[in-house]
Ligand binder design. Structure first.
Ligand code: PLP
Length: 453
């Protein structure tokens, strides 16, 4: 930090402060974690200086022999860790990984057969007219993914994301009573809509998904089954999700981030069957430019860590701790979406439980050193900005060694803060959705109790 401070002291200070903040607060954001020191250190090397567009052994730049080693080792670990036929480790993030996956599926299902039909080798051989027709065909494809308020992700075909501009999307939600995926309704909707891609995966659904059922539905409608396991990749790597809950065994293509429950560097990757591999290998230049070689190296280190037996114990603890947290919250009267959890996250209905919006609850918790994020719940009455939910995940604090007892205390602290928070009426006289008052002394009492954990 002294070296950095010699160039730009404000960045050194912010970096130092970030370490303090991350150590002193209770980090409960479901998509965050603490990467290991080897993983963090691997990201800060001169591999950052190297350009390496292309794929292993087939680069558009000279001098990529060491990047080739890095990329091959990372891909080998990813294949072994997940039992996948093919792994592509270049995507810079989860959104990039999903884009690579979508375009690979379009390449395999639409572009390649069309080129063959027209007797063309590449798109360069197409006339302007045929190229225009092909582009329109891409644009008329359909995808089905989980709705945002049920826990889906923006990249699953939503209007405000490029995926929603590429595809026609229809979402599937959850059952209004149980708040669980209704596979029968999903099947009926898929039969009517006939998507090219059926997307499974989520950011805020506190339950496991049955990928065998998803596969059956995809097969019935001729869809490619794509799973976005960004959130629960750590539970797959750690063999908590096996059998029908293991996406690799059922999906054609699986994309993920590396930095959430998997505890790696920030980044993405794609796994697939051998059949889809040639299309995914076109990620660069289709969607990506030069890969982040330093991050690919850190992915290799994190994948190697996840292949150690201790990672399986970690992943099991993540899931067990989420249950302990759920029990602790429900025992203290908190309503959880779906009535519990069986993965790494809980979704608290703070409007029903405490009369607060998600925004008010998130802010009061942050004042008390408890870092969470507000999140929509199914059919959210407060909309996507203020929300009625708070999402709470266990991967980061489990990395700090928290177990059932500590998570029971975390539940106690959360409930103490939220019970002592009241909405403040807005200047319009209507109940405010953002302003809140936290009773005196609660923030400090929570911080003191957290410091003991
Ligand atoms: N997919 C899912 C399910 C996610 O939850 C996220 C991030 O929250 C992403 C994709 C995007 O990942 P990134 O932020 O690395 O682009």
């Amino acid at each position: 930090l002294d070296i950095i401070g010699g160039v730009e002291p404000r960045i050194a200070d912010a970096t130092r402060q970030e370490l303090t903040d991350q150590r002193e607060s209770l980090k409960l954001i479901a998509s965050e974690n603490y990467a290991s020191l080897p993983t963090l250190m691997t990201m800060g090397t001169w591999f950052s200086d190297k350009y390496a567009e292309g794929t292993v052994g087939h680069r558009f730049y000279a001098g990529c022999q060491n990047v080739d080693t890095v990329e091959s080792v990372a891909a080998e670990h990813a294949r072994e860790l997940f039992g996948a036929e093919y792994a592509y480790v270049q995507p810079h993030s989860g959104i990039d990984a999903n884009l690579v996956a979508y375009w690979a599926i379009l390449n395999k299902r639409i572009e390649s057969p069309e080129l063959e039909r027209l007797g063309a080798k590449t798109v360069n051989d197409l006339s302007e007219e045929d190229w225009e027709t092909l582009r329109k065909t891409f644009n008329s494809q359909r995808v089905m993914g989980m709705s945002l308020d049920a826990g889906g992700h923006l990249t699953h075909g939503f209007r405000h994301n490029i995926s929603g501009k590429m595809f026609h999307q229809r979402s599937y939600g959850t059952d209004p009573e149980s708040q669980l995926i209704d596979y029968d309704k999903l099947r009926a909707d898929a039969k009517e809509f006939k998507p090219l891609i059926l997307i499974a995966g989520y950011s805020a659904y506190p339950r496991r998904v049955n990928f065998a059922k998803m596969r059956e539905i995809a097969d019935e409608v001729g869809a490619t089954l794509f799973v976005d396991m960004a959130h629960f990749a750590g539970l797959v790597a750690g063999k908590v999700l096996t059998g029908e809950e293991n996406p690799i065994a059922y999906a054609d293509v699986v994309a993920s981030t590396t930095h959430k429950s998997l505890r790696g560097p920030r980044g993405g990757f794609v796994l697939s069957t051998a059949e889809y591999a040639p299309s995914i290998d076109k990620g660069c230049p289709m969607v990506l430019g030069g890969p982040l070689s330093h991050v690919m190296a850190a992915k290799a280190v994190a994948f190697a860590e996840a292949r150690q037996e201790s990672f399986q114990a970690y992943a099991q603890n993540v899931a067990d701790n989420a249950q302990s947290l759920a029990e602790g919250l429900m025992r203290r009267g908190v309503k959880l979406v779906t009535g519990g959890t069986d993965n790494h996250l809980n979704l608290l209905d703070v409007t029903s439980s405490f009369g607060l919006t998600g925004r008010q609850a998130e802010s009061a918790l942050l004042d008390s050193g408890v870092v969470t994020n507000r999140n929509s719940i199914p059919n959210d009455p407060n909309g996507a900005w203020y929300t009625s939910g708070v999402r709470i995940g266990t991967p980061a604090l489990t990395s700090r060694g928290f177990g059932a007892d500590e998570f029971d205390t975390v539940a106690e602290l959360i409930v103490d803060v939220l019970k002592n928070t009241t909405p403040v009426t807005a200047s319009t006289g209507k109940p405010g959705k953002a302003k809140y008052a936290l009773a005196d002394g609660v923030a400090q009492r929570t911080k003191d109790a957290s410091a003991e954990l």
